[in-house]
Design a protein. Sequence first.
Length: 154
Amino acid sequence: MVPALLFLFALAATAAEPPFPAKQILAAHNAIRSRVGLPPLRWSDSLAKCAQDWANTLLARKQFSHRPNSPYGENLFEIEGAPASPHEVVGDWGSEAGDYDYRSNRCHGHCGHYTQIVWRNTRSVGCAVARGRGIEIWVCNYDPPGNYIGQRPY
């Protein structure tokens, strides 16, 4: 009887956790947000489903572009020839912090992925990856979206 109870306890303990690699992606996002004093994002299964649909579409079409007319913020990442980890994907976006000047609220290079991660009003994120033909396409959706011209992210 004890093994059955342990099994049920293990299921209950993991049932509330997001599926792999969601936990790692969420932690990577929240580490970046914590550096600027922002509250953590929550995982959204519905945003993850939307991200998976778009990642699958991009892979099937052999395209790499943002979803048109999306109600969500969106970050994209593509890699060919090698797999990426959630930490590498979000770390790539977060590395754009060096291109963002908070004082002037200006970007000197590329910083839109970073500013979406640290957008003050964003509360939830859902991400997914599509793999095939030696390519990975990662998509993260954010709600509410960010990157409004003239507004500071935080």
